[in-house]
Design a binder for this molecule. Structure first.
Ligand code: PLP
Length: 423
């Protein structure tokens, strides 16, 4: 389905109705394991000599359809789905890195990812230098002999900075390291990072791709463009003790990374996606493109309205002409700038908390990308474990309110905020 468009792929890729008793919906295969024809068949599957299903921690027919759809939509050669976005990131990093390795990462990251890089991985002697991604040369300055990858968010949560992926990928190429892009906030219907040089794309499917707030999920998409035999990744060119001497680069070529992320990453770390969640995420993916259009339209109109209000000190949305990222958003997000807005009310921290306490349509909770509108005050919640300096580094000022603008009627959303401002 190579030439078909995103909305068609989101509905059809990977599902052959002849193989599923004619079911028009992708079936939910809620099974942990799969009966082998005989011992030789089992041995062949374990040896990767023929394709097939072994055990749901490694692969599952429902997950397989989701993987094929996501890879196809993003223009990748393969995908692995995981228990959540965090699992997609940890699987990717632990598949590629070992003790002594170094990461250069954008300082504009989701708080959980920042903690993984800043606190968890250093315990295993994997260190990260965080850089301001607005100047791609900062990646060059931070790169060292042991740097193995660059990690960024295409549209940072919650800073909402649009990154110049093309320039950053050129820097990564110079140092022969892969560029890994978390594209959760933009989604592949608004931005496809592989077109700008990303080698690996990761997602939290929990957010817009599912869209209903009902299932955690994550995905790793491999562009298949990185040369793992360039000398920096000997685990791909030497026999793997973890898979009976398999030399990933020789056996799997461009698919070496995504295969390792499955047969060692999922096998050894275990954070596989439940097929039940996969089934729900497939329903969400079917309508992703039209939902992202509406999320973006609602968010742009609400951001403009907030800019016009006396109660508000500042508004940040990459689709606003006043945004520092307006010209980058024209290039990278021409179809829409997604559904997140941040703003600061007059009266700072205290008023920000009061507003988040007084909305009724906007639910106060720690998630983004639901069809329902959401609100949060990160400084007192999602980012409260970070120091004041770290909060600022990741784009969280004390007065910042984050909105995840849903699909409700725009007038109802304005009225809800209006009554909260009054209170
Ligand atoms: C940009 C981004 N990446 C990754 C994650 C982690 O995803 P999950 O909660 O599915 O593990 C989040 C969660 O908020 C996120 O916003």
């Amino acid at each position: 389905m190579g030439n078909q468009k995103i909305s068609t792929k989101a509905l059809h890729v990977g599902h052959d109705t002849n193989l599923t008793q004619g079911t028009r919906a992708v079936p939910l295969y809620q099974s942990t394991s799969y009966v082998f024809d005989d011992s030789d068949h089992a041995a062949n599957l374990f040896a990767l000599a023929e394709p097939g299903f072994i055990y749901t921690r490694l692969n599952n027919p429902t997950n397989d359809v989701l993987e094929q759809r996501l890879a196809s939509i993003d223009g990748g050669i393969g995908a692995v789905v995981t228990a959540g976005g965090t699992a997609a990131i940890s699987n990717t990093l632990l598949t590629l890195l070992k003790s002594g390795d170094h990461i250069v990462a954008s300082n504009s990251l989701y708080g959980g990812t920042y903690n993984m890089l800043n606190v968890m991985l250093p315990r295993f002697n994997i260190k990260t230098t965080f850089v301001n991604p607005n100047n791609p040369k900062n990646f060059t300055k931070a790169t060292k002999e042991n740097t193995k990858l660059f990690f960024v968010e295409s549209l940072g949560n919650p800073k909402l900075d649009v990154l110049d992926l093309e320039k950053i990928s050129k820097e990564a190429e110079k140092f022969r390291v892969p560029l890994i892009v978390d594209n959760t906030v933009a989604t592949p219907t608004l931005l496809r990072p592989i077109e700008y040089g990303a080698n690996i794309v990761v997602y939290s499917l929990t957010k817009y791709i599912n869209g209903n707030g009902t299932a955690l999920g994550g995905a790793i998409i491999d562009a298949g463009t990185f040369d793992w035999s360039n000398g920096k990744f000997p685990e791909f060119t030497k026999p793997s003790p973890g898979y009976h001497g398999l030399v990933y680069h020789d056996a799997l070529g461009p698919a070496a990374f995504i295969a390792k992320a499955r047969i060692e990453g999922l096998r050894d770390l275990g954070a596989a996606l439940s097929p039940f969640n996969s089934f729900q995420i497939l329903q969400g993916l079917e309508t992703l493109e039209i939902r992202m259009k509406k999320h973006s339209e609602n968010a742009l109109e609400l951001a403009k309205w907030l800019e016009s209000r006396d109660e508000i000190k500042w508004v940040n949305y990459p689709g606003l002409e006043s945004s520092n990222y307006y010209s980058l958003s024209k290039k990278y997000l021409p179809k829409g700038q997604s559904g997140l807005i941040t703003f600061g009310p007059k009266g700072g921290f205290e008023n920000a908390k009061k507003i988040t306490d007084n909305t009724s349509i906007f639910s106060l909770l720690a998630n983004i990308g639901d069809s329902k509108s959401l609100i949060i005050h990160p400084a007192s919640t999602t980012h409260s474990q970070l120091s004041d300096d770290e909060q600022l580094l990741t784009g969280v000022s004390k007065d910042l309110i984050r909105l995840s603008v849903g699909l409700e009627d725009i007038d109802d959303l304005k009225n809800d905020l209006k009554q909260a401002f009054k209170k």
